[in-house]
Design a protein around this ligand. Structure first.
Ligand code: HMG
Ligand code: MG
Length: 304
């Protein structure tokens, strides 16, 4: 078991994973305003959009227009999802310097999510990654269903490790292990990361936990104990995955920041501003923030 790190990096996925599955589709100005507010909170990795079929994921339509209008400050990264060459063409045309490719551990989820088998997706993505790297674009990798598949149930941890390594071999700088269904429990997550880290070093792994079963923060802590220090999270606990029925949003960024700060782990993220942003975006979506920290913080009278 590793000692806790002094710093953790948070990859804010609210503008993509969060908004992709909300009932209300936001216009580009509001999506950009969200990105700007998240930057002002101190976040430096903000997943901004997805170059996927607008018929399949209508809320991510216009990601090219959004990417063209993103600011370009030093040290801030705005990865966007890219599933195939069509998506990469659009991302490059919009000036993206960071992409994220994605596949899954489970065959049924892969078919439902990207209309191809896992093997086909790896073949597609290796071509996408090669072209992106040749163009000087950074490539992140995602693996979905690392704890369970919404259609097939339990998955084999060895397969997670194998596929994580395949994504690294393509040239991804980091692989994010996605508990898409949010069913994972801390001990399972710790064992999974320990196993995967025999193939991929922990400083190249990230944890991506959906909070459907309320295990998100505990799973972040479990992965920390395995030596992982990069975590995906979504402001206000927004979202879910349209192809994982019943899955709710990612673990809320403010819940993760609060927990990490209590452990003395620096994130560079200002909690007050983050809660303010969670309340603002949730109001735009017509609902209260899903996160416990935002509700407690508001209840304490510190945020209006
Ligand atoms: P397909 O149906 O196999 O594509 O889609 P196709 O090549 O047969 O083309 C069909 C139509 O899609 C054509 O248009 C193409 O031009 C168009 P039509 O002629 O019918 O008008 N098309 C595209 N349009 C825009 N962008 C593209 C693109 N590619 C083809 N890139 C595809 C394949 C993957 C595109 C499709 O199945 C798709 O978009 N799926 C949605 C994937 C998605 O966004 N899922 C949610 C994100 S993943 C996630 O949330 C999990 C994660 O958070 C981690 C975790 O939690 O586990 C990352
Ligand atoms: Mg996700």
């Amino acid at each position: 078991m590793s000692a806790l790190p002094a710093r953790a990096r948070i990859v804010e996925v609210g503008p993509r994973d969060g908004l992709q599955n909300e009932a209300v589709a936001l216009d580009i100005d509001t999506r950009l305003e969200l990105v700007r507010r998240l930057m002002d909170c101190g976040l430096r990795d903000i997943e901004a959009g997805a170059f996927v079929s607008p018929r399949r994921v209508p809320n991510m339509a216009g990601s090219g227009d959004l990417a063209r209008r993103l600011p370009a400050p030093e040290g801030v990264h705005f990865p966007c999802l890219v599933p195939n060459d069509t998506g990469l063409d659009a991302a490059l045309a919009a000036g993206c310097r960071d992409i994220a490719v994605f596949t899954a551990v489970s065959e049924t989820f892969s078919q439902r999510n990207t209309a191809c088998s896992v093997a086909e997706s790896l073949q597609r993505l290796s071509g996408v990654a090669r072209r992106a790297l040749d163009a000087g674009v950074r490539v992140r990798g995602y693996l979905s269903c690392v704890a369970t598949c919404p259609y097939e149930g339990p998955v084999a941890a060895e397969r997670v490790a194998d596929l994580a390594q395949r994504l690294m071999d393509m040239g991804c700088y980091e692989v994010s292990l996605g508990d898409t269904t949010g069913t994972g429990t801390p001990e399972q997550i710790r064992r999974l990361f320990d196993l995967v880290s025999r193939r991929v070093p922990t400083d190249r792994l990230a944890g991506h936990f959906h909070d459907t079963w309320g295990m998100g923060v505990a799973n972040v802590y479990a992965a920390l104990l395995s030596g992982v220090s990069v975590f995906d999270a979504s402001v206000g606990g927004l979202g879910g995955c349209p192809f994982a029925p019943g899955a709710s949003g990612n673990v809320a960024t403010e819940d993760v920041v609060y927990m990490l700060s209590g452990a003395g782990i620096e994130t560079g993220v200002a909690l007050d501003e983050l809660v303010d942003t969670a309340c603002w975006i949730s109001a735009r979506l017509g609902r209260p923030p899903a996160s416990r920290v935002a509700r407690a913080h508001r209840g304490s009278g510190r945020i209006g």
